[in-house]
Design a binder for this molecule. Sequence first.
Ligand SMILES: [Fe+2]
Length: 155
Amino acid sequence: MTNTDVKEVLNKLVATQGLFYTRLHQFHWYIKGQHFFSLHEKFEELYNSVSESMDEVAERLLAIGGQPYSTLGEFIEHSVIEERAEDKNLSESEMVQAVINDFKTLRDFLSDGIKVTEENGDDVSNDMLIAMKGDIEKNTWMLQAFLGNDAVDKK
Ligand SMILES: [Fe+2]
């Protein structure tokens, strides 16, 4: 039913979410400025949601016979987004923009994953990735609105 391509997609997603979870903590801890209270809370909401989603993806991977990455080293090695120690010094709007950029990277990765899961007939993983993509687009819209921007770039 499921081939190694689907497992690879799900596993890269687990690694990315593992790294993103820590990155969102960095922003939650180091946020400074007039919007401290709202952004401190928003970043917490986001890392909690990333953590829940990571667990769902890892358990789906186990259910199809895969082995999710489970160490910080593996997360760093396989994540499609990067962490940067110096990002703790970003301004509040730069932090929000950094999260938007990470969401865009993740959304593009999910778009590819949606195709891979579809091609392999894995409806359950496909459905899970589509729902995640919808959540990311909604969160991106809200963060863009916070910065005073439209949800997507006008062409
Ligand atoms: Fe906290």
